[in-house]
Design a protein around this ligand. Structure first.
Ligand SMILES: [Zn+2]
Length: 93
């Protein structure tokens, strides 16, 4: 999975999560600051949801930019609602 090259951050305190190298689905991922821990497969689910959310956000932002430069196009751009995730990926994809 390409997401393993990105840092997993705790969704609450944004600290880099601690895990074993090449974690298996049953391995624990732990936040060193607040002590939150989950199984790696659960963490990956949350991270993937976060990545999808970021992609959606990025998409609506570029749509909004494109629409701003064109007075003929007037449509409402839905911004994805703010969500919180248990675990997130470090931004900069
Ligand atoms: Zn934390």
């Amino acid at each position: 999975m390409s997401t393993t090259t990105q840092s997993i951050l705790c969704g609450s305190c944004k600290s880099p999560a601690k895990t074993v190298p090449n974690p298996k689905p049953h391995d624990q991922v732990k936040c060193p600051r607040c002590g939150k821990s989950d199984r790696f497969d659960q963490v990956m689910k949350s991270v993937q949801a976060h990545v999808a959310h970021l992609t959606q956000q990025h998409l609506s932002e570029s749509l909004a930019k494109a629409a701003r430069g064109n007075s003929f196009i007037k449509f409402e751009i839905k911004k994805p609602a703010h969500r919180s995730f248990r675990w997130i990926i470090e931004k900069g994809l």
